[in-house]
Write a protein that binds this ligand. Structure first.
Ligand SMILES: Nc1nc2c(ncn2[C@@H]2O[C@H](COP(=O)(O)OP(=O)(O)OP(=O)(O)O)[C@@H](O)[C@H]2O)c(=O)[nH]1
Ligand SMILES: [Mg+2]
Length: 456
């Protein structure tokens, strides 16, 4: 049995007892055995290390055996008659000290639960008492394998796979699409200096050996004027409902507190919240720091992090931060296969690229009313043949898009072709036809036809 000398969570205590029973069973330990287990702070474990091992260090676990055994050697109570405690008729085989703080740190480091870490350390200590050690590499392998086997058998698993949804929200133009592209490492969403670039939710998938994060880029908040704006609002609430984490983007170039207050009203979700101050590559630290200090006092969020989505500054820190809050799984949990990095297909991405180049090449009023539909995408030909319709919402916009002698549409077309060729890694032949759908952003039929209606 375990004599607990200090308190620990009930569930952990139960699991430690299960570990003890499994080890005792394996080593054929007699029933009348006991082991002391104490949970101590860093100061105590350092002192113990110093006093008994002459090492000035905080370690995770310390063991003091009272019996002398070799691995696989059976313990006989008759060899220790004099040592048996007359009070409970049990033989104390050793003391185990676990440093709670180190166990907590290590569980985070290895990405598993504190429960698993405590059980692992206790199992380790118990095996030491029973004569196992890890001075030689081979012995260490035996010990580690055995520890893992016991914990797996008891279903106290590693829980080290992280997976979940992370939704990016913010005012228009704060850099949400730039961020998703940076985090995913591929261009999944188009980016432009114009407002209202993103029209619908786009998923981008991040993978590493122990993580899958499904990022959702959303249309930015802006003044609502047309029917499509209402659909964009629905897209945002759709994406914020079922998400584990919300990334809330603010633009470092504008007053932060003011922006945060506007966003705060929209943060009713139960999700964890990470407030990101984007575009720090364009601001002076001295100017931003006082605002950050102010924000950290009032913002009702779990974390605040300054980043540059464009340059990638602090994006690695952000990934680690996200991992901390994602649910843990004891198996490899991926919503998307490893080779899929977005929910959009090449045809849809190509249409969006053409819209991006139109946004880039055209001035103010015209671009907001543009929608692009790829009507043919012939991958079996060489070069790939792509036909697209570029819609605008006024007859008067058409000559602007075509430009003098068709120069504007040629510019849009060349830029689009180059970007799509990069995406497909193949040569393409691109034909763009400019068409008019009068006032389409206020017409639910067209909004639905363009696939921008929520739920369709
Ligand atoms: N300097 C700088 N510019 C950035 C950064 N992130 C984004 N931008 C620029 O900000 C502009 C808007 O970026 P987007 O990613 O399209 O912004 P968005 O939030 O997705 O905009 P909507 O889709 O309209 O809501 C583009 O010109 C980007 O190049 C950054 O970290 N630094
Ligand atoms: Mg966007």
């Amino acid at each position: 049995m375990i004599e607990f000398n200090s308190k620990v969570d009930e569930k952990i205590m139960q699991n430690l007892t299960r570990v003890y029973e499994a080890v005792a069973d394996f080593a054929h330990l007699p029933k009348r055995i006991k082991v002391n287990l104490s949970f101590v702070d860093e100061k105590t474990i350092r002192r113990l290390n110093k006093d008994t091992r002459n090492i000035d260090k905080v370690t995770d676990v310390l063991t003091y055996p009272y019996v002398e055994l070799k691995p696989k050697e059976k313990l006989k109570l008759s060899d220790y008659k004099l040592e048996i405690d007359p009070d409970d008729n049990r033989l104390l085989i050793g003391d185990i000290y676990i440093c709670t703080k180190r166990a907590e740190e290590q569980s985070k480091e290895y990405g598993h639960s504190l429960n698993r870490e405590m059980c692992f350390l206790f199992c380790h200590g118990l095996l030491h008492i029973l004569g196992y050690d890890h001075i030689e590499k081979e012995d260490e392998e035996v010990m580690t394998k055995f520890q893992n086997e016991i914990l797996d058998k008891l279903n106290i698993r590693r829980e080290n796979f992280k997976c979940g949804f992370v939704t990016i929200i913010g005012e228009t133009n704060t850099g949400k699409s730039t961020l998703i592209n940076q985090l995913v490492g591929e261009k999944v969403a188009i980016v432009s200096p114009k407002s209202q670039t993103t029209r619908e939710n786009i998923k981008g998938v991040y993978n590493d050996a122990t993580t899958q994060i499904v990022f959702v880029d959303t249309p930015g908040y802006h003044k609502r004027k047309t029917k499509i704006d209402a659909e964009m609002d629905k897209q945002i609430s759709d994406a914020t409902e079922d998400t584990e984490i919300l990334l809330i983007l603010l633009d470092a170039k504008k007053p932060l507190l003011e922006q945060y207050e506007k966003m705060e009203k929209k943060l009713s979700s139960n999700a964890k919240k990470i407030l990101l101050i984007n575009k720090i590559d364009e601001v002076k630290y001295e100017k931003t720091y006082p605002q950050l200090a102010q924000l950290s006092k009032v913002a009702k969020v779990d974390e605040i992090l300054p980043i540059s989505a464009l340059k990638g500054t602090n994006c690695d820190v952000l990934i680690e931060m996200i991992k901390k809050y994602l649910p843990a799984f004891d198996f490899e949990m991926r919503y998307y296969p490893l080779d899929i990095y977005t929910d959009k297909n090449l045809r849809e991405i190509s249409a969006e690229i053409i819209r991006e180049k139109a946004l880039l090449c055209l001035d103010d009023e015209v671009p907001h009313g543009i929608q692009v539909v790829v009507t043919q995408f012939k991958e079996n030909t060489d070069p790939v043949e792509i036909y697209a319709d570029l819609y605008c919402e006024r007859e008067s916009h058409k000559p602007i898009i075509l430009g003098k002698n068709g120069e504007k549409i040629k510019e849009i077309s060349t830029k689009s072709r180059m970007a799509i060729e990069k995406l497909l890694e193949r040569h393409i032949n691109l034909q763009i036809y400019v068409k008019v759908k009068e006032n389409w952003r206020n017409d639910m039929r067209y909004i639905a036809e363009f696939g921008l209606k929520v739920g369709e």
